[in-house]
Design a protein around this ligand. Structure first.
Ligand SMILES: *Cc1c(COP(=O)(O)O)cnc(C)c1O
Length: 224
């Protein structure tokens, strides 16, 4: 890992912003190196990879699931996952709730919004999300706790566009907070910002940045 860059990020981010070190496709030894420096929050994109690391690494690590989650993979993460950033459908949230109940847990979740231009990115639209929040089935969920929102900006050099997309996400957060979660102090997280855009995300109100390559280097996707 790049220790200097890691420490530089920690120094430059405000106190209210949490750094999630994204360790996907990097070996457990890299997680251990960051752990030795005090890092406890790690992000992973694939359920089996997260499970393998969880099994061999220190138990006080807080595992953040940030990838697209398929319902048939929930079982690999549900006993221990700290926060699922990527709830992108009501069906997924209901299934997380059902499986969390089996494990007697309440699992923290963020609602992922689609704010980028790429069609390949996942997430709710505001309409879909409000339909869910207004439904009686949503009120009956007992084993999930919605703690905020998550989003990814477009992959582009146009920083003005990236900023607008983060502003859109922040606007969604504010609307939901006022209209649906006013009585829920734990609804307070805005997960936005990656290696290429986290400084802009912080300026636009991020409370959690998810940074991988700046800390751990390039990923080898041929391992997938
Ligand atoms: C991989 C990934 C990250 C980290 O990306 P970097 O550019 O390596 O910092 C953050 N968020 C999500 C959702 C990811 O899939």
């Amino acid at each position: 890992m790049n220790v200097e860059k890691y420490q530089e990020i920690l120094r430059e981010i405000p106190e209210n912003v949490k750094l999630i070190a994204v360790s996907k496709l990097h070996p457990a030894s890299e997680v251990e190196a960051a752990y030795a420096l005090g890092q406890r929050d790690f992000g992973e994109n694939w359920a089996q990879e997260m499970r393998e690391k969880h099994e061999i690494l220190p138990q006080d690590i807080r595992w953040h699931f940030i990838g697209h989650l398929q319902t048939n993979k929930i079982k690999y993460i549900i006993p221990y996952v700290h926060l699922i950033h990527s709830i992108d459908s009501f069906k997924l949230l209901q299934e997380v709730d059902r499986q969390a109940a089996k494990h007697n847990r309440t699992v923290g979740c963020l609602l992922q919004f689609h704010v980028a231009t790429e069609e390949t990115k996942f997430g709710f639209s505001m309409d879909e999300c409000e339909q869910m929040l207004k439904s009686p089935e949503f009120s009956s969920l007992k084993n999930v706790e919605i703690k905020g929102v998550m989003g990814m900006a477009s992959f582009t050099d146009d920083t003005a566009q990236v900023r607008r997309e983060f502003q859109t996400l922040h606007g969604f957060f504010t609307k939901l907070k006022e209209e649906y979660f006013a009585e829920k102090p734990d609804f307070k997280e805005i997960s936005m910002g990656m290696t290429s855009d986290y400084p802009i995300a912080i300026e636009e109100g991020s409370t959690m940045i998810r940074v991988g390559s700046a800390i751990f280097g390039e990923r080898d996707y041929s391992k997938r």
